[in-house]
Design a protein around this ligand. Sequence first.
Ligand code: HEC
Ligand code: HEC
Length: 142
Amino acid sequence: MRRWLVALIITAGGAAGAAASGLERVPAIAHPATAKECGECHMAFQPALLPAGSWLRIMDGLADHFGEDASLPADLTASIRAYLAANAGRSGDPKITRITEQSWFAKEHRFRSAVWQRPEIKAKSNCLACHPRAEQGNYDDD
Ligand code: HEC
Ligand code: HEC
């Protein structure tokens, strides 16, 4: 945990005592195409962070991916789609495509808006700003 973050969270009233998400350690990405193609604009998110339905929606809508065109050749899309769905998590709402809009995420990240507005953070989806081992699937930093 980053030291400045600990200070902010203590001031914010804390995430301590939040219910366990079951996602504190998820398997790292073990599919080179996913790691490469889905790690270009942001950290490649581990499949266990979303249920299969969310991944299918994401993979079927890459041409308009949160406002960006992230489309890929059909064979690559199919291979990444299959990997993400086969290794998806069990928690979360499959109609929601954002990790950061899942209810477990809100529960684990009850911070004041001042925390999210830190220049080091920029976006809720910037897991690495606060979880230095996020690329290994390790969100257990206390
Ligand atoms: C061209 C750039 C680009 C590529 C390539 C890309 N993404 Fe994204 N992705 C974005 C942007 C922009 C956002 C929105 C970021 C934000 O608002 O915080 C995003 C957000 C996401 C989110 C939601 C994050 C949250 O807020 O919870 C997921 C999940 C995601 N991408 C998965 C993927 C997957 C899977 C791939 C590979 C098939 C991929 N992305 C490839 C640009 C990209
Ligand atoms: C502003 C900093 C910040 C950002 C950005 C952030 N997190 Fe967190 N996250 C935390 C803190 C602080 C906790 C609570 C730590 C604790 O209680 O162990 C936490 C808890 C978690 C937990 C629960 C860990 C546990 O022990 O149960 C998971 C899983 C998690 N975050 C995943 C993510 C993912 C995935 C992203 C990006 C999509 C993300 N976080 C973005 C700060 C952040």
